[in-house]
Write a protein that binds this ligand. Structure first.
Ligand code: PHE
Length: 349
């Protein structure tokens, strides 16, 4: 019995050693260790031995069984590692195949329109100006000739950073800028006259968001101060800008409008790009309010140490968010800052 066992052990280990495929290993496993395998048969025949020999013979047979099983596992591991290495080194791998592509990003439609307009204005000799989004009350209101009791300063319109009563209304408060007009003041105080700037940026208001209002939106301020600047200059700049955005001449009209920092002040309307006879977007009027503007109020120039008897200027405040909506026919402003990729992916440029 022990001899037969040794024979089987030898047969098993040699076979495992010689094998070089998973199939061969499985065959050895079945032939020796399987339910009808040689070692199993041997274990079954233990009953034919004298009683006192059985435990030793049983243990010896189990040891051999385990030894062969272990060697089969080792051989399997080696085979696997070998196959992997040949796959990697040989025909299995083409290192020149392109890898998975990382998803490409793109400019937000607001960023795209801002860049296009910056190009249009830079070609007309404007420089790009910038200012902080958290702004001094003086720049956002006082220097812009907005009276201390003007309703726009109330907290239902302005998001204040300084606590109630803390210099607010006396020009000493701090707020989230409510428009980009405060950059007019910063630019004029920094550079003086003559000056031509545009200032794109985010502005903030106390609003309950709905399809046409958001608490955060984008504007682009334009400002020109020089000798002999008149309304016709303003009109020309506004029309050039619209052509730049819509890629063609747009019919416009001017209405009076009131803003404390301009005199006279205007609202520029454009013919509705979506219809001929009236639609939802233009509220059936065929005109769309696009851009307020006007001649800079002498008090604003004085607040920036510029003599209004020598210099005059115009300013306009373009609603960038509005422009993007008109350009692409977007019916809800809240999409713009939603961060929703289903929306943004349509504008990949
Ligand atoms: N700042 C004004 C607003 O946000 C727009 C404006 C800018 C009006 C420049 C006139 C001139 O409503």
């Amino acid at each position: 019995m022990l001899e037969r066992l040794e024979e089987l052990r030898h047969e098993g280990l040699t076979a495992v050693e010689a094998s070089n495929s998973e199939d061969e290993l499985r065959e050895i496993e079945v032939r020796l260790l399987g339910r009808k395998g040689a070692l199993t048969d041997l274990l079954k025949s233990l009953g034919t031995l004298p009683k006192e020999d059985r435990p030793a013979a049983g243990q010896a047979a189990n040891r051999v069984k385990q030894e062969i099983a272990a060697q089969i596992e080792v051989a399997r591991g080696k085979l696997h590692a070998f196959n992997l290495a040949t796959d990697l080194a040989g025909d299995g791998l083409d290192a020149t195949l392109p890898g998975p592509k990382p998803p490409a990003g793109g400019l937000h439609p607001l960023g795209q329109i801002a860049r296009e307009l910056e190009d249009v204005f830079q070609s007309m000799g404007f420089r790009i100006a910038d200012g902080p989004e958290v702004e001094l009350e003086d720049n956002n209101f006082d220097a812009l000739n907005i009276p201390a009791d003007h309703p726009a300063r109330e907290s239902h319109d302005t998001i204040w950073v300084t606590p109630e009563g803390d210099g607010r209304g006396k020009g000493k408060g701090v707020c989230m800028r409510t428009h980009t007009s405060c950059v007019q003041i910063r630019a004029l105080r920094e550079h003086g006259a003559p000056l031509r700037v545009v200032a794109p940026g985010r502005v903030f208001r106390q609003e309950t968001p709905d399809p046409t209002h958001d608490h955060t939106f984008h504007q682009m301020e334009g400002l020109v101060v020089d000798k002999g600047v008149g309304v016709h200059h303003l009109l020309h700049a506004m029309n050039t800008l619209l052509e730049g955005v819509f890629g063609r001449k747009v019919e416009t009209r001017l209405r009076p409008g009131f803003f404390p920092f301009v005199e006279p002040g205007f609202e520029l309307d454009a013919r509705c790009p979506f219809c001929k006879t009236g639609c939802r977007v233009c509220k059936q009027s065929t005109w769309i309010e696009l851009m307020p503007g006007g001649m800079i109020h002498p008090n604003v120039l004085r607040a920036c140490d510029i003599d209004p008897d020598v210099y005059s200027g115009y300013a306009f405040g373009l609603g960038l968010s509005r422009m993007v909506m008109l350009r692409y026919g977007i019916d809800d402003i809240r999409w713009l800052l939603s961060g929703d990729l289903r929306f943004l992916e349509q504008f990949r440029a």
